[in-house]
Design a protein around this ligand. Structure first.
Ligand SMILES: Nc1ncnc2c1ncn2[C@@H]1O[C@H](COP(=O)(O)OP(=O)(O)OP(=O)(O)O)[C@@H](O)[C@H]1O
Length: 592
């Protein structure tokens, strides 16, 4: 062997992963008591093989997969015991994602993205190398999964019809497989697929295992006999314990026929063994202890032997985070794509703002500036009412929209975070950047209409400062919305609580009640009210030069300069963002 070949041999060997588990027990605490789900089992998922886990519903297949993939960890509400290793080494959920991927039962994908864009996003986030390499991988994956016809169709969801359930499942698989992980775990990958497409998929996974020496493990219900014959290794699980673990094909048939459970000719072995495992039949309930006894006597030692001699080579993970700035870039590009795909949202906002601006402009049309009647308190009060309306309306409008943003994307975010596609920092700030930029134009349009219609101070500097206040106010609203959205996972709850937290701050704006008249025990609230700072900035900006006597700046007890007020709004913006980031980080949990 020359040097290159020997290096390649070592690398290939190091990339072959054997997952082993010993004395694995898992139980959960319920109101009725402790429920044992996995009952002290040993096993091995060898590299270069396809392992299928079968069992009746509720046998513990998904739970076993969730434990091996580190989606289940020890909590106060459960008990988890035993050793789970890869190549003889323990691993964490973080390190798992550097050499393995997991396709869960639920296909959580971004609804407005197309099939190709979804798979490309995963490739961009996890595959190192040039764009050409990534494009080739994506093209290959689309071809292998037979997704060519729908590659440019949006995933779709509750409101938009998109791809079919089977195509969705295959896209989910492509999303994980495109990164060429050293091992892949799949929970019921064939559910929703017709028998032909199920066959194609398992064949593809088999080639992936055999040709690339990858570890492939999945749970499966009702495989056809053609699919059954493709399994290298089969695990049969009944009530959290194995009744068989070993090679597929003739060997499993020999094992069971040796015990008097002969699979009838011309019947599908999978159906036959599933019928043996069903706990709905009385005869199986009677036979189950016998299955376990035979397993302990005939199979257990050989599994132990395989575990002892499993691959112990050092692992060289092949999936690493791309640099943070690249993660940020791809998040930004995707968020823009999502926003462009929902032009209705932007148009609705634009329409709403324009109509509102004209409406307000008509109601407050050309308010007097006090030149002809400086003592007219009603005129000054009308103008203040308008400024107060802006201070609250602009904030609430942007906050409400932003409140829904995180909860509605939560599942996708958790799924991608669990797959370690990106870190929370680029996700959060990538989204924020797009939201801020797209919301930049709206307040400017609003100001251009309303400022001159209402007849506010006829001065360019005052007009520009008015725009600045509106922009900062909208940004603060977005940050407040992020905070409330990160606090709750349910969009409706987040929206409701946002109103509950914000509405009580209205009276502390200085308009409804003069800030100098607030009782001392409650007057501190004005300092956490964004409406107070916005209202003060608007009033200062408008009445810096005025004919009104007394000057409303004094009458309204305005304490801050306009720059100070805007500065405090900026601080609130930062404060909300820090809180939002903290709660988003805290909300991270392992998807099971
Ligand atoms: N958090 C939980 N709380 C209560 N019971 C649970 C919990 N998680 C799992 N179980 C129970 O554990 C058992 C095994 O669940 P699991 O999802 O692993 O079964 P499964 O073999 O994958 O079933 P299926 O084929 O129907 O998906 C079931 O009886 C399930 O109800």
């Amino acid at each position: 062997m020359n040097k290159t070949h020997s290096e390649e041999y070592i690398n290939n060997n190091q990339n072959q992963l054997d997952f082993t588990f010993q004395n694995l027990k898992y139980s959960i605490k319920t109101r009725e008591g402790t429920k044992e789900i996995i009952k002290g089992i040993d096993g091995i998922f060898p590299n270069s093989q396809v392992t299928a886990i079968l069992g009746s519903s509720g046998a513990g297949k998904t739970t076993l997969l969730n434990i091996i993939t580190k989606r289940i960890t020890k909590l106060s509400s459960n008990e988890l015991e035993g050793q789970v290793l890869v190549n003889g080494q323990p691993y964490t959920s973080e390190s798992f994602s550097s050499f393995a991927n997991y396709v869960m039962q639920d296909d959580i994908l971004t609804e407005t993205m197309t099939v190709r864009e979804c798979i490309t996003f995963a490739a961009n986030m996890k595959v190192r190398g040039g764009q050409k390499k990534r494009n080739d991988l994506v093209n290959d994956m689309i071809k292998q999964l037979k997704l060519e016809k729908c590659q440019n169709t949006q995933i779709g969801g509750q409101f938009v019809k998109g791809i079919s359930g089977g195509e969705r499942k295959r896209t989910s698989i492509g999303f994980e497989l495109v990164c060429d992980p050293q091992s892949i775990f799949l929970d019921e990958p064939t559910s929703g697929l017709d028998s032909f497409n199920a066959y194609i998929l398992i064949d593809m996974l088999r080639k992936f295992a055999h040709e690339k020496k990858r570890t492939v493990v999945f749970t499966i219900h009702q495989p056809s006999s053609e699919i059954w014959n493709m399994f290298d290794r089969i695990m049969l699980l009944v009530n959290g314990k194995f009744i068989y673990q070993g090679s597929g094909g003739n060997q499993i048939q020999k094992y069971f026929s040796g015990q008097g459970f002969e699979c009838p000719i011309f019947s599908n072995p999978a159906d036959y063994y599933m019928s043996l495992m069903s706990q709905d039949k009385q005869i199986n309930v009677i036979n189950t202890p016998l299955y376990f006894k035979n397993y302990d006597e005939i199979i257990k030692d050989s599994v132990q032997y395989q575990i002892n001699f499993s691959n112990k080579q050092e692992i060289i993970p092949n999936q690493k985070f791309i640099p943070i700035y690249m993660q940020f870039y791809y998040i930004v590009v995707r968020t823009i794509q999502i926003q462009i795909r929902s032009p209705i949202l932007f148009k609705a906002k634009l329409g709403q703002v324009t109509i509102l601006a004209v409406f307000l402009g008509l109601i407050y049309y050309q308010l007097p500036n006090g030149e002809n009647d400086p003592y007219n308190i009603v005129d000054a009060r009308n103008k203040n009412g308008f400024l107060f309306f802006l201070a609250t309306g602009a904030f609430m409008e942007s906050m409400n929209a932003a409140t829904l943003s995180f909860p509605t994307e939560r599942q996708v975010f958790l799924r991608e975070e669990n797959s370690k596609l990106y870190k929370i920092f680029p996700y959060f700030f990538g989204k924020l950047l797009v939201d801020l930029v797209s919301d930049f134009i709206i307040p400017i349009i609003f100001c251009c209409i309303v400022y001159w219609m209402v007849g506010l101070r006829n001065n360019l500097e005052a007009f520009l400062f008015f725009n600045l206040i509106m922009i900062i106010l909208q940004f603060t609203g977005i940050a407040a919305g992020y905070f409330e959205g990160c606090l709750f996972k349910d969009p409706n709850l987040a929206y409701g609580v946002a109103q509950l937290i914000t509405l009580p701050l209205f009276p502390f704006s200085g308009f409804y009640k003069n800030s100098g008249d607030l009782a001392s025990w409650i007057s501190w609230v004005q300092y956490i009210s964004p409406f107070n700072y916005a209202y003060q900035a608007f009033v200062r900006n408008e009445y810096e030069q005025t004919y009104f006597i007394p000057n409303p700046i004094e009458a309204e007890n305005i304490q801050f300069t306009k720059w100070e007020a805007v500065g405090y709004l900026c601080l609130m913006f930062l404060g909300y963002l820090i809180l939002a980031f903290f709660f988003l980080k805290r909300s991270l949990k392992t998807l099971q």
